[in-house]
Design a protein around this ligand. Sequence first.
Ligand code: ZN
Ligand code: ZN
Length: 297
Amino acid sequence: MAADRTLAIAAASLVIGVGVLGLKFLAWRYTGSVALYSDALESIVNVVTALTALIALRLAQRPADAALPYGYHKAEYFSAVLVGVMIIVAAILILREAVYGFLDPKIPQAPLEGIAISVVATIINLVWAQVLVRQGRKARSPALEADGKHLMTDVVSTIGVLAGLGLVYATGWAQLDSVLAALVALNILWSGWGVMRQSVGGLMDVAVPPDTQRTIRDVIAVNADGAIEAHDIRTRQAGRLTFIEFHLVVPGAMSVEAAHGICDVIEGKLREAVKDVQITIHVEPEAKAKHAGIVVV
Ligand code: ZN
Ligand code: ZN
């Protein structure tokens, strides 16, 4: 199943995160550069991110039970919000270091070794970020996708840091090292905000994306033979799972069996069109219909 694969990816993320963190700390120890320090601190965030994602994904895999009848899918959003908070804390730590470095500037040592180690770490990150975004989208796992996007911003900021360090060595302007660190911190703040915003949307039951909404309406409209209209369509998402609810208006004299038959057809088609759905349909007779919301049939 896709869920096992997602778990395996999250576990690999953790291992890769620890490896990259080691490399980046090595690069910092070699050079004493504030910018490389900020880069290494950023990697701690990645390790913690991978760990929380792993825990959240394990939880999300649990089947729904009597206590949590809608399942554990939202655990992923909590993990992503937590990660957003940690990213912001890391940014603040880096800003502090940047201010100290700016007031007491030092030219970093051993440039080539430091840069070479950092380049290796960044290539690993770049490859893995691509894997995460693609797999996260495929498995509809907000935790994995957020991880991948965040890792991508890491790669960009490290490239900026390395280019800037080259400039520090070339010009001998030591304060530039701290300026770079501060820029990395701002970039990290921005990515933390993005991760949090998306997850809060999930926790607040934002509707599914417009193209999915259109698909859902079309499927209902085409497959509601015998019904009069459908209205009050509501959608939301929790991890991989999409929840769809709507009212189906049928002729008052129609038997319960016939109305239920229409529901079964629509449910089957929705399940084919949108993967991992949970559907609730409220059937109402024509005379009692309130005719509010969107008419699709
Ligand atoms: Zn209604
Ligand atoms: Zn039924």
